[in-house]
Design a protein around this ligand. Structure first.
Ligand code: ATP
Ligand code: MG
Length: 425
C-alpha cells in the first residue's frame, strides 16, 4: 500500500507556509492592538458539546463531524469549529460570569466535506470571541477588527455582508412564519431544502440551488420580523460601521449555518474564489453561553479560514524573508566545532544561520549555500583556523573579494553587512 495523506488532509509546504505566517503575524498584531488575549483549546471534545452548541439540525453535526468512541467508549469528535470549545473553556474556568473577556485562537478544524479548492477536511481558522458586552459597540469592534486585519494584509476588494437575525424571540417567530411559507411551496424546493423545512428552515434562505432561490425570493422578509430593540441594535451597528468608514451591504438572506446566532450576522466575501467565496464569518450569539450552562452572557465573534485567505494573498505579496542569511562551510573534522561555534555566535546576534552538515567538499557546500538563499558564506578551513581566522564571501556579489577575518570578529562584520543591530533593529 502506498502511503498517502488522507482525502481532504493537506501538507502545507514551505511556500504556502510563508503565506500562512504572514496571516498569523498580522492576526497577532491586530488582536494585540485591539486587546484580545490568545487562548489555546483542545482539538478533541465531547461530541455532546457540538450537539448542544452548533446544533443537531446543522450540516456540521448531521454529517460533517469526525466522531468516534475512544477506548473508554467516550463519544468524542475532532472539533469542527472553535466557538463551542471557547465557550466551554470560559465556563469551565470561571472566566465568563460577570466579566468581560476578549479572546482569540487559531488552529485546525475538521469537517467531513467534499474536498475542493478552498474546502478541505482539515482546515485552519483564526477566531475571535468577545464576551459580556451586550450593546452594538462590541459588534462594531469585532467587525472593525476583521477589517483592520484585511488592511494589515493589504487585501482589498472584500465585501462585508451584514444582516440581523434579531432577538431569539423574533428569530423564533420568523422561523414559524418562514416554515409556513416553505411548506406551501414544498414541491418547488430542491431535496436538500425540503429536508431543512422542518429541521432548520432559516438555512433554506442561503441555498445556492436555483429553484429554491426562486422560492426564497418571495419569502417573508426577516427584516420585517425584527422587533424594535433588534431593529435599533442593527441600525446602531450599521451607523457605527459607517462612522468608521467600514463599507457593508445588507444581505437580507444572510443566515449562518450554526444555530446559535442572534442579532448581527456577517460574512466577508470575495468573488475570486468561486463557490468558496466566504473568507470570514461571524456574528452575535447571546444565547450560547446559557445554552451550555454558563448563565446569560452576551457574545460576539468571528472565524476566518486561513486556507482561503492564503489563496487570496497569492504570490504578489511581500511575504517577508525568513530564510537563512549566512551559510557556514567547513571541511575537516577539526573545523566542525569551530564552524558550529561561529553559527552559534551569529544566531545569538539574530543572524539567521545554517551551518553545513552532511558530506561534501567546498564545491558542493557552496552550491548548497547558494541554494539556501543566504547572502554570505563563512568558510572555516583547517589552514585559516590554525591561524584563528575564517573567510567571508559574498554569495550575491560575484565581484566582491573573499576576505579573511579573525574568527571572533566575523559575526560583528556580518551583522553590519546585513544591517542588523544598532539603531536599525
Ligand atoms: P461554507 O459556507 O463555505 O461551508 P461555513 O459557513 O461552513 O462556510 P463557518 O463555519 O462559518 O463556515 O467557518 C468560518 C470560515 O472558515 C469560513 O468562512 C471559511 O473561510 C472557513 N471554512 C469553513 N469550512 C471550511 C473548509 N471545509 N475548508 C476550508 N475553509 C473552511
Ligand atoms: Mg460549511
Amino acid at each position: 500500500m502506498k502511503l498517502q495523506s488522507l482525502r481532504g488532509f493537506r501538507d502545507i509546504l514551505p511556500a504556502e507556509a510563508a503565506r500562512w505566517r504572514r496571516i498569523e503575524e498580522a492576526a497577532r498584531a491586530v488582536t494585540d492592538a485591539f486587546g484580545y488575549a490568545e487562548i489555546h483549546l483542545p482539538i478533541l471534545e465531547a461530541t455532546e458539546l457540538f450537539k448542544r452548541s452548533v446544533g443537531e439540525a446543522t450540516d456540521i453535526v448531521e454529517k460533517e463531524m469526525f466522531s468516534f468512541l475512544d477506548r473508554d467508549k467516550t463519544a468524542m469528535s475532532l472539533r469542527p469549529e472553535g466557538t463551542a470549545s471557547c465557550v466551554r473553556a470560559g465556563i469551565e474556568n470561571g472566566l465568563l460570569h460577570n466579566q468581560q473577556q476578549r479572546f482569540w485562537y487559531a488552529g485546525p478544524m475538521f469537517r467531513h466535506e467534499r474536498p475542493q479548492a478552498g474546502r478541505y477536511r482539515q482546515f485552519h481558522q483564526i477566531g475571535v470571541e468577545a464576551f459580556g458586552m451586550a450593546g452594538p459597540a462590541c459588534d462594531i469592534e469585532v467587525i472593525a477588527l476583521s477589517a483592520a486585519l484585511w488592511s494589515a494584509l493589504g487585501l482589498e476588494g472584500l465585501t462585508l455582508e451584514l444582516n440581523s437575525l434579531g432577538s431569539p424571540e423574533c428569530r423564533a417567530g420568523y422561523r414559524t412564519e418562514l416554515q409556513a411559507y416553505l411548506r406551501k411551496h414544498f414541491d418547488a424546493l430542491d431535496p436538500d431544502a425540503q429536508a431543512r423545512v422542518e429541521s432548520n428552515p432559516l438555512r433554506v434562505l442561503d441555498s445556492k440551488h436555483p429553484e429554491t432561490r426562486a422560492v426564497v425570493a418571495d419569502a417573508p422578509s426577516m427584516n420585517a420580523a425584527l422587533d424594535d430593540d433588534s431593529r435599533a441594535h442593527f441600525a446602531a451597528v450599521c451607523e457605527g460601521l459607517d462612522a468608521l468608514g467600514v463599507r457593508w451591504v445588507h444581505n437580507t438572506n444572510l443566515v449562518r449555518g450554526l444555530d446559535y446566532y442572534t442579532h448581527t450576522v456577517f460574512e466577508w466575501t470575495t468573488d475570486q474564489l468561486g463557490a468558496q467565496g466566504t473568507v470570514c464569518a461571524g456574528g452575535r450569539f447571546d444565547g450560547l453561553v446559557a445554552q451550555l450552562g454558563g448563565g446569560e452572557v452576551p457574545a460576539v465573534g468571528f472565524a476566518l479560514g486561513i486556507e482561503r485567505l492564503a489563496l487570496l494573498l497569492g504570490d504578489a505579496q511581500d511575504l517577508g524573508d525568513h530564510g537563512p542569511q549566512v551559510y557556514v562551510c567547513w571541511t575537516g573534522s577539526e573545523c566542525m566545532t569551530a564552524a558550529q561555534r561561529v553559527g552559534a555566535a551569529l544566531r545569538s546576534r539574530r543572524v539567521r544561520t545554517v551551518v553545513n552538515a552532511g558530506d561534501g567538499g567546498f564545491k558542493a557546500q557552496f552550491k548548497r549555500a547558494d541554494r539556501s538563499g543566504a547572502q554570505w558564506a563563512v568558510i572555516v578551513g583547517p589552514d585559516e583556523l590554525a591561524a584563528g581566522r575564517v573567510q567571508i564571501k559574498s554569495l550575491r556579489d560575484r565581484d566582491a573579494q573573499q576576505q579573511t577575518f579573525p574568527i571572533d570578529e566575523a559575526p560583528e562584520y556580518l551583522m553590519q553587512q546585513l544591517g542588523i543591530g544598532g539603531l536599525s533593529q
